[in-house]
Design a protein around this ligand. Structure first.
Ligand code: HAM
Length: 435
């Protein structure tokens, strides 16, 4: 029987160097998150459907992999990690001192229509700050991201920042219940603005669609422009004024860490229904898809029946981050020197294994190959094609002198040296900077 070799639609196979680049992106994320004091959380791949059904929002709900397990439970492959983190908080972490700072790296699943940068399984690297109720924690998301993007050398990106607090404040003032708010925000996220206006006009006599329309058009980097809205448009909506003040203060926090690549877009909404404060996405010029996003969500614990908890966080799309880097001419930094060890005889195996294991301690990646059954010429061509930098050979000649022949594949230089001088040679070739 012949089986199809293509992965299931929307799934992807990764081979080197892409597989390694993706891992490098998550490794660097992990290092940066840990350097900010975050601890790792690992959540299950499968959760009860209910966990996501309650507040993940229309779009994610529709695009979930949902099925019954063998015991008849309705379960889902996680489409994101935030609800699981909150579930784990409620179950295990409530007594921890706040704020609790967690990071995760996880594969998630969404049954979307596959297209450029949109997959059915993809990786997210994210952080959640639980019990951080002030703006400094919202700002920290951006501080950490700036350091991460510096570390992976992503040069061009922008933060688009909006406020669910502002939109919800108006909707509340217009007596719109939470479910309808979620629906309107979903429509705004999809830019179906006419429909929003129609619903407001028909169903909510207190609503002011013209005011909303004005606000949705505001895109600015200037805090004064926002302050002006307070006096011109929003003066009778106290909560909306507070939301604008928060945005202005957030801008100030960002400036204090020299973050200037952001703009406020009041017409911006996000697809997840749990947000109730500032929201943001990371945009890259020339890419239509965002490479990361997040925001403040203060009510998720209560939706799951727990006590209130103010939280904020984000998740990055790792494949999309890689796409953005590739657009900017990225190649993964070579972290290891790579070598090939060729024993030409059975007796050469022991000394070459010993030498290899010594060199591996210096961070050199050494592949062993079978020089007894295939010609040395074949192995040199192999090393060449794979871009290995060094070849080590031990045969009769070398065995007789307790030596190894070392070839620098970049320069063509070749030397036969005593085995314990191998390190010195690598140093003289400027391959080793160490002690
Ligand atoms: P999200 O915006 O749904 O937010 O996803 C975060 C990131 O995952 C997106 O910005 C994007 O880069 C990537 N992504 C989304 N869908 C796909 C897809 N089909 N294929 C490839 N990449 C994709 C969340 O998931 C929230 N849990 C973020 C958060 C954490 N908010 C607060 N805390």
């Amino acid at each position: 029987m012949k089986i199809p070799l293509e992965p299931v639609r929307g799934m992807r196979d990764y081979t080197p160097p892409d597989s390694e680049s993706l891992t490098w992106l998550t490794d660097v994320f992990k290092e940066i998150a840990m350097s900010y004091g975050y601890r790792e959380v690992k959540t299950p791949t499968i959760e009860l459907f209910l966990l996501f059904a309650l507040k993940s929002g229309e779009e994610i709900r529709r695009s979930m992999y949902v099925f019954k397990d063998k015991a008849g439970r309705e379960v889902a492959l996680r489409p994101e990690v935030t609800p699981s983190v909150i579930r784990i908080y409620l179950r295990k972490l409530q007594a921890e001192p706040k704020p609790i700072k967690l990071y995760y790296i996880a594969n998630v699943f969404r049954y979307d229509e596959p297209q450029f940068g949109r997959y059915r399984e993809f990786w997210q690297a994210g952080i959640e700050i639980l019990g951080g109720d002030t703006l400094i924690y919202d700002a920290e998301l951006f501080y950490l991201l700036k350091d991460y993007y510096n570390a992976i050398n992503l040069k061009e990106y922008n933060f688009k920042i909006g406020s669910m607090a502002l939109l919800r404040a108006l909707f509340r003032a217009w007596n719109i219940d939470e479910d309808e708010q979620d629906y309107l925000l979903h429509l705004l996220d999809k830019k179906i603005i006419n429909e929003v206006m129609k619903i407001l006009q028909v169903k909510y006599p207190k609503a002011n669609p013209e005011l909303l329309n004005e606000l949705l058009k505001v895109r600015t980097q200037d805090p004064n422009e926002l302050m002006k809205l307070e006096s011109d448009l929003l003066s009778k909506y106290n909560e909306a004024v507070k939301a604008i003040n928060d945005l202005v203060e957030l801008m100030d926090f960002l400036k204090s860490y020299n973050i200037n690549n952001f703009y406020i877009d009041l017409g911006f909404a996000r697809g997840l229904a749990y947000y109730n404060g500032m929201i943001f996405e990371v945009e890259v010029p020339g890419l239509r898809i965002s490479i990361g996003g997040g925001g403040r969500y203060d009510n998720l614990t209560q939706i799951y029946g727990g006590p209130p908890l103010s939280s904020t966080g984000f998740a990055l799309g790792i494949e999309r981050t890689y796409l953005a880097l590739q657009k900017q001419g990225f190649s993964i930094p070579i972290t290891k020197l790579r070598a090939l060890a060729i024993p030409l005889k059975r007796e050469a195996l022991k000394p070459i294994l010993k030498l290899s294991s010594m060199l591996r301690k210096y961070g050199i990646a050494i592949e062993l190959c079978d020089g007894m059954n295939l010609s040395i010429k074949r192995w040199f061509s192999y090393a060449n094609k794979k871009g290995l930098e060094i070849v080590l050979v031990i045969g009769d000649k070398e065995l007789a002198r307790n030596s190894v022949t070392m070839k620098n594949m970049k320069t063509g230089e070749q030397q036969m040296v005593k085995i314990d001088e191998a390190l010195e040679v690598l140093r003289s070739w400027h391959y080793l900077k160490m002690k």
